[in-house]
Design a protein around this ligand. Structure first.
Ligand SMILES: *[C@@H]1O[C@H](CO)[C@@H](O)[C@H](O)[C@H]1NC(C)=O
Ligand SMILES: *[C@@H]1O[C@H](CO)[C@@H](O)[C@H](O)[C@H]1NC(C)=O
Ligand SMILES: *[C@@H]1O[C@H](CO)[C@@H](O)[C@H](O)[C@H]1NC(C)=O
Ligand SMILES: CC(=O)N[C@H]1CO[C@H](CO)[C@@H](O)[C@@H]1O
Length: 340
């Protein structure tokens, strides 16, 4: 008995090759699909707040299938509201949080959100729209955690995330890259003022916003802080007689700021950094004087100290005034101090 080796004809060989390629293709496509549904994480550790226990009852594990997806619009200050409010709302519903894996946000903060493709966010997240950009909207948050949702679009109220404030401070920890640049600027300033440690001084951050690049058509509807406001705010802190007070000013209009800041105070004008590094510098101050805009709002929040703001950011009777609630109480944090 003997066997004859089967003769593999040329066309058969080609057929096998095509089948093998098809199989490999199927495997690759299904792997990509799996990755989209099972996204990567910023860190292996899941956000602690999702597992917190209340009254001995462990909350149900969030289903990674259902997320609040963050859609970032405009610049850093706006993006922080979009992230923070989505984070707070997701936590209140035991949902996960998803951001684009191609975004810049995770290069600035060590966020715990899931990273997914833009196409996932575009096609799998049902969009819900707020009524006002800078006021709390209870209808916006009235949904069940049975689908993926994207909440549009500015979400500028602390009421969306106040219950998760502690967890949010962890989310808004700056990445090492930003921290290193911040520390360099801070230590240069300390040396210049003959101090060795930030504990020996009181830094008051000041963010002065004068222009309104993203929406120039709204310029006439907005108000901008004046020299009188800066004088009042600076003297508010000087009257407290804090230890070695130094004012740190960031502004897109640094010349205007130099001309209009009160004289005869210890002040440093910070220039030449990215918005993220400026925010990190201001955020590491003890207290904050903001003017208008979300960037100064977040710098104030990050300090965790006393925050002075300019009232009010919108002219009465304008369309822009309507993005806020009647008394601006949804927008400005409780306890912050408003000066005119
Ligand atoms: C929580 O657990 C403690 C100790 O096991 C018990 O005494 C208490 O009654 C529990 N509380 C609730 C709300 O079940
Ligand atoms: C720091 O110390 C040097 C040397 O003692 C002195 O010349 C300088 O004026 C001091 N600078 C400040 C801001 O106090
Ligand atoms: C700045 O404010 C202080 C304290 O309120 C006041 O004494 C001073 O006159 C003000 N300066 C200007 C230039 O308005
Ligand atoms: C608490 C508070 O300041 N409430 C005011 C909000 O605004 C309305 C109308 O503008 C006032 O009538 C309230 O007194």
């Amino acid at each position: 008995m003997y066997f004859t080796l089967p003769v593999i004809k040329d066309y058969q060989r080609k057929l096998y090759l095509i089948l093998a390629l098809l199989l490999a293709g199927c495997i690759i496509v299904s792997m990509l699909f799996y990755r989209d549904l099972h996204p990567s994480r910023a860190s292996e550790q899941r956000p602690r707040m999702l597992y917190k226990t209340t009254n001995n009852v462990t909350k149900k594990k969030p289903s990674p299938r259902y997320s609040v997806c963050v859609i970032f619009k405009q610049r850093l200050g706006n993006n922080m509201f979009q992230y923070a409010s989505s984070f707070g709302i997701a936590a209140s519903k035991s949902m996960s949080l998803t951001i684009s894996k191609k975004g810049e946000f995770q290069k600035i903060f060590k966020v715990s959100a899931l990273f997914r493709s833009d196409s996932f966010i575009e096609t799998h997240c049902v969009k819900r729209h707020e009524k006002h950009a800078s006021a709390y909207d209870e209808d916006l948050v009235d949904f069940a955690n049975n689908n993926n949702y994207a909440l549009m679009m500015y979400l500028q109220s602390w009421k969306y995330f106040i219950k998760e404030e502690k967890a949010l401070r962890k989310e808004f920890t700056f990445t090492e890259k930003v921290q290193i640049k911040r520390d360099k600027v801070i230590s240069t300033i300390l040396r210049k003022h003959n101090h060795t440690s930030q504990n020996d001084v009181t830094f008051i951050g000041i963010h002065i916003r004068r222009s309104d690049r993203p929406q120039p058509n709204r310029r006439s509807q907005r108000t901008f802080a004046t020299a009188a406001y800066l004088n009042q705010s600076v003297h508010h802190f000087l009257s407290k007689h804090l230890t070695n007070t130094i004012f740190l000013v960031c502004s897109s209009r640094i010349d205007w700021s130099r001309r209009n800041m009160p004289k005869n105070i210890a002040v440093e004008y910070i220039t030449g950094n990215s918005a993220a590094v400026d925010l990190a510098i201001l955020g590491s101050c003890d207290h904050m004087i903001s003017t208008t805009g979300t960037f100064g709002w977040w710098a104030g929040w990050l300090t965790g100290g006393e925050v002075v703001y300019f009232k009010w950011p919108a002219r009465e009777g304008t369309e822009y005034r309507q993005v806020f609630d009647a008394n601006y109480t949804d927008f400005f944090y409780p306890g912050w101090v408003g000066f005119q």
